[in-house]
Design a protein. Structure first.
Length: 231
């Protein structure tokens, strides 16, 4: 589930002396008020998903921890009591931890995209790797947002996929689903509507439904407004 970035958070960062903050639209929703407050306080908001070069949306270690292994080891040693350091064992443990973190990061949502100077965005559908959607009661539902408010868009788009499961959902936004693979089952009351590759669903705001599929399904969703998970 996405985290919410509010005006209060912006004020806290400014108070602590920060002059900029990086956010990812794949994992964070920033409110319009927060953006307004940041502008007034002179705190720059950097949307990390708006790179012009093709990139991975997540799964990168850059910016989250030092790239230089020696710097990491030095920082860890500085935290340990003098005389209680086994250098060889410490190096081994740090390298093992980094490999595990890289594996965890690689398991997150990612995709390749290009953005032109005029705002046109291209997402490579074949590169999309789903993350986990936590709003389905623990069901193994994959979800990756690829277009959102960080692109100055009033609508959002992304990919969802799962296999042989279902979950109830009430929409607080309008949604269009375009089926790419398998069958998408949407149950309304006592009737189940079945969409197949090339079919399009429109689900209006306020609809209480059940998403499901008897096998593997993959589809593109488009929502309005863009910050659908904050509605």
């Amino acid at each position: 589930m996405k985290s919410l970035f509010t005006a209060e958070k912006i004020k806290e960062l400014h108070k602590s002396g920060e002059t900029s903050v990086e956010i990812s639209p794949q994992s964070t929703i920033i409110t319009p008020e927060a953006r307004d407050v940041a502008k007034k306080l002179g705190l720059k908001i950097i949307d990390v998903a708006v790179s012009i070069e093709p990139r991975k949306s997540s799964g990168s270690l850059a910016g989250s921890r030092p790239d230089n292994l020696q710097d990491i080891k030095k920082a860890v040693r500085a935290k340990l009591p003098a005389g209680h350091q086994n250098s060889a064992l410490l190096d081994q443990l740090i390298e093992k931890a980094l490999k595990e973190l890289q594996h965890q990061d690689a398991a997150g949502p990612s995709f390749e995209r290009e953005k032109a100077p005029n705002g046109v965005v291209l997402v490579r559908g074949s590169s999309v790797k789903p993350g986990k959607f936590d709003g389905a009661g623990g069901k193994p539902i994959g979800l990756t947002d690829v277009i959102g408010s960080a692109d100055n868009s009033s609508i959002a788009a992304g990919y969802m996929q799962w296999e042989n499961c279902s979950f109830p959902w009430t929409l607080n936004y309008d949604e269009i689903d375009v089926v790419l693979e398998g069958e998408l089952h949407i149950t309304c009351g006592n009737k189940t509507h079945i969409g197949k590759p090339g079919d399009v669903f429109f689900i209006p705001k306020g609809a209480a439904i059940e998403f499901g599929s008897p096998g593997k399904v993959r589809f593109v969703y488009v929502t309005y407004p863009a910050d659908w998970s904050a509605q």
